[in-house]
Every structure is written in structure tokens, then in C-alpha cells.
Design a protein around this ligand. Structure first.
Ligand SMILES: Nc1nc2c(ncn2[C@@H]2O[C@H](COP(=O)(O)OP(=O)(O)OP(=O)(O)O)[C@@H](O)[C@H]2O)c(=O)[nH]1
Ligand SMILES: [Mg+2]
Length: 309
């Protein structure tokens, strides 16, 4: 699924795998070995781990960069982009070190990236859903996609703005090094999309499969939601920035939030014990009964204050 016209892609250089890993000793060998089938080199960025992630990654064949202090996902991936740029990478494949993604999808993702001539190819967990992803995760991602899409009126929303399984064109990866060091924790996931769309570069999505363990399915962590909003606050100004700031205050206070999207109402309901949110949707039909809104594209806080216009 391509969103804009083809770009001029990097056509030479190695394909570099970049894996951020924080205490992933259980899974990192599998990820490195799986990725090495498809990449010329795999670089594991391990910062702040207290287990033997770095040793296992090295034994599995990865180039490892390690530091003592945990600087967050974005900083780790940015350091990977820096090393990939030094090698003149044609493209960079990022994948999480926790083995959430099915690595067999790597070939498909790289092929789609090269064939589609895109700057960024996202391994989407939410295209043609035929595997089990919890509804709260689907809804949380829909909300995230809509918030990002609000910066680009008239452009279709990207289906999975938070996926860690991606292929970046070498030039785009290089452009993102500075941004990666500025955004909070997982902010690069969103900042990269905003950056590409602002530059008029193309983003395409390819269906990929994920596996989660049960504990990850209950809720969306408050910190993840905060990362998204803090990144959008950083990347915007004026009225849009004020609205994202107001929403961030609500998230930081773990307040209930109500989003009215085009075809449904999505509630983010706080679960204090999990320090996060459960997302629930109500159908359009029900919404028509409780309130008539012909425009149907507003975003409201619990108080009813309109945040989107
Ligand atoms: N180097 C490094 N890697 C990190 C850091 N934080 C997270 N990661 C890695 O980034 C990847 C994604 O992090 P997760 O915690 O799984 O985040 P997530 O996939 O959004 O969340 P879940 O859906 O709950 O798994 C994993 O491989 C982590 O080990 C960090 O501070 N430094
Ligand atoms: Mg994960």
C-alpha cells in the first residue's frame, strides 16, 4: 500500500540490520541469526542491559555496540543509523530484539521496499488482520495513527505508526540521526513518519505478523502514549501544539480520554494498576443514537472540550 509517488532510492551499498536491545538475552540470538539471512551485517545496540545480551548477540554473529547507560529506543536506533551511514548503507532494516516480529517476514519487507521505491517501508501489524492482536492494541494504534495524520490533512493515515519492524532507505536513515537523539524514548517511530511526510517522501506498508506474550496485551503503557504526544509537541507549533500538550496533560494524569474518529468513538480508559490505558470502541450506530455529529471528525477530551479543531 503506497501513500505517495516513488522516491529516488539509494541503489548501492550493504543492507544493514539494526536491533535495539535492552535485556533481551532470551531472544537476541534468534533475532540476530534470523536477520543475518537477509542483511549483510547486523548491528545490535545494547545500552544499560544488566544481562548478557551483548555477549550472546556477538556470539550469534552481530556487531555489538554497548554502553552502560540506557538512553532509550530512539537513541539506540539513531546510533545504529550512524554506523549504517558510515558503511554507506543502501537500506537499514530495524527490528525489535524481543522477538515480537516473525523474522520470516524480513525478505518480504526488503523486497517490497526495493520494488516499491519507497523511502520507508513499515511492517504493519494491522493490515488485513488475520492473526491475533488484541483489540486494545489495534485501537491504541488507530488513535496514534489518527493523531499523526492530523498533521497532514487530506493524506491517508499510516496503518501502523508504532511498528519497530521497518526498512529505511539509507539516505532517510542518515537524515534521522539528529532527530533520534532529540526525541523521547520511542519517539523516533513517530518522528520518522512525520519527517518523511513533511519531506514529501513515500511511505508504504507491508503486512507482517507479530507474537505477543499475554502481559503485553492488557494495556497501552502511559509512557508509550506520552512518547507519542511529547514527540508531536516537539514537532509542531501553534494551535496543534497546544492541543497535543493538553492531551499530554490528560495522559500524564491518567485521565479517561474520549476520541471521536470518523466512524467510531474510542475510549482510552485508565488502568491505574497497569499504569496504562485500555482502549475500547463504540460503534457508529451507538454513537448516532447518543449524539448527532454530522462532521464526525472531532477529538474530544472527557470534559467535552474539542482538541482537534
Ligand atoms: N538499546 C536499547 N534498546 C531498547 C531500549 N528500550 C527498549 N529497547 C528495545 O527496543 C525494542 C522495543 O522495545 P519494547 O519494550 O519491546 O517496546 P514495544 O515493542 O513498543 O512494546 P511491546 O509491544 O510491549 O513489546 C526491544 O528490543 C527493546 O529491548 C533502550 O533504552 N535501549
Ligand atoms: Mg516489544
Amino acid at each position: 500500500m503506497q501513500l505517495t509517488s516513488p522516491d529516488r532510492q539509494s541503489t548501492t551499498g550493504p543492507i544493514i540490520g539494526v536491533v535495539p536491545a535492552h535485556n533481551e538475552s532470551r531472544t537476541i540470538a534468534h533475532v540476530v541469526e534470523g536477520l543475518l539471512w537477509h542483511c549483510d551485517e547486523v548491528i545490535v545496540l545494547d545500552d544499560g542491559s544488566t544481562d548478557d545480551t551483548h555477549e550472546i548477540a556477538k556470539a550469534a554473529g552481530a556487531t555489538v555496540r554497548r554502553s552502560d547507560r540506557s538512553a532509550g529506543y530512539s537513541s539506540a536506533v539513531g546510533n545504529g543509523f550512524d554506523l549504517a551511514a558510515n558503511r554507506g548503507a543502501r537500506c537499514v532494516v530495524t527490528v525489535d530484539g524481543d522477538c515480537a516480529h516473525i523474522l520470516d517476514d524480513t525478505a518480504k519487507l526488503i523486497d517490497a521496499h526495493l520494488a516499491g521505491n519507497a523511502s520507508l517501508t513499515l511492517g504493519s501489524r494491522f493490515l488485513d488482520l488475520d492473526h491475533s492482536v488484541a483489540s486494545t492494541k489495534i485501537l491504541a494504534n488507530r488513535v496514534a495513527s489518527v493523531l499523526v495524520a492530523k498533521l497532514f490533512p487530506g493524506r491517508p493515515a499510516v496503518s501502523d505508526v508504532a511498528t519497530g519492524f521497518r526498512v529505511y532507505d539509507g539516505t532517510l536513515a542518515q537524515e534521522l540521526i539528529g532527530e533520534a537523539s532529540r526525541v523521547p524514548r520511542f519517539g523516533l517511530c513517530y518522528a520518522s513518519i512525520v519527517h518523511a511526510l513533511r519531506r514529501g517522501l513515500s511511505i508504504q506498508s507491508e503486512k507482517t505478523t507479530v507474537r505477543y506474550d499475554g502481559s503485553q496485551l492488557l494495556s497501552t503503557r502511559r509512557s508509550e502514549f506520552d512518547d507519542l504526544l511529547s514527540t508531536l509537541v516537539m514537532l509542531t507549533d501553534g494551535a496543534a501544539r497546544c492541543k497535543f500538550e493538553a492531551l499530554r496533560v490528560a495522559v500524564r494524569n491518567l485521565n479517561p480520554i474520549k476520541f471521536e474518529l470518523a466512524r467510531e468513538v474510542i475510549y482510552a480508559l485508565p488502568i491505574r494498576e497497569a499504569d496504562g490505558y485500555l482502549f475500547q470502541a463504540q460503534s457508529e450506530l451507538y454513537r448516532r443514537i447518543i449524539r448527532c455529529d454530522p462532521e464526525g471528525t472531532h477529538l474530544f477530551r472527557e470534559t467535552g472540550e474539542d482538541l482537534a479543531t
